[in-house]
Design a binder for this molecule. Structure first.
Ligand SMILES: [Zn+2]
Length: 194
């Protein structure tokens, strides 16, 4: 089997586990403790990415299999575990844009990109909330100037487009430099669907 699906410039040598392309069908990830920033940016793009900080390797393996997730790790020994065949990406890049591009080469999650649809902190899908519902949770000036709010049922955080839209758009612009593009509508329009 060709390793092309996972072959990045950094990964092309000495990666026996690359013989096993990703077999998970739905783009769901689990990031290990060294990839917290990558997990946040996957979430910012709307991609399901759980995060396990400080969990033992066995727990990461168990959870990835139980929840049918692709494990993202910088630990080569962990990536080579037999039980993770077909569901692991060994992330080599040091910066999150490079890491995102690596993950996308291994598993194209472009169709899942829906910016600002998932909580950056806890990965829970966000729900639309009326201004009156979040009046006590956001600063007064935000309540005056924003009309669209999103709330996380998991941790209670409230998001509004004004601040986050610009950051995510800037991120997408940067990612395009790395060959990672969102198909379809611009993210500013997609956000209205949330
Ligand atoms: Zn949350």
């Amino acid at each position: 089997m060709r390793p092309a699906a996972l072959a990045g410039s950094v990964l092309e040598s000495d990666c026996s586990w690359q013989r096993f392309p990703i077999e998970v069908t739905v783009a769901k990830f689990l990031a290990d403790g060294m990839l917290g920033k990558l997990a946040r940016w996957l979430r910012a793009l709307g991609v399901d990415c759980a995060f396990c900080n400080g969990a033992p390797d066995d727990e990461l393996v168990r959870r990835a299999r139980q929840e049918d997730r692709v494990l993202l790790t910088r630990d080569r020994r962990l990536a080579e575990r037999r039980l993770l065949r077909g569901r692991v990406v060994l992330v080599a890049g040091d910066d999150w844009p490079d890491q995102l591009a690596e993950v996308r080469r291994a598993f194209d999650f472009s169709a899942e990109i829906r910016p600002l649809s998932r909580c950056l902190e806890c990965n829970t899908p966000l729900e639309a909330a009326a201004p009156a519902e979040v009046a006590d949770l956001v600063p007064p000036y935000v309540l005056k100037t924003q009309r669209q709010f999103l709330r996380c049922a998991g941790c209670g955080r409230v998001y509004w487009a004004g601040t986050h839209r610009g950051r995510i758009q800037a991120t997408l612009d940067r990612l395009r430099l790395h060959g990672l593009e969102s198909p379809g509508d611009p993210p500013g329009q997609k956000k209205e669907e949330v």
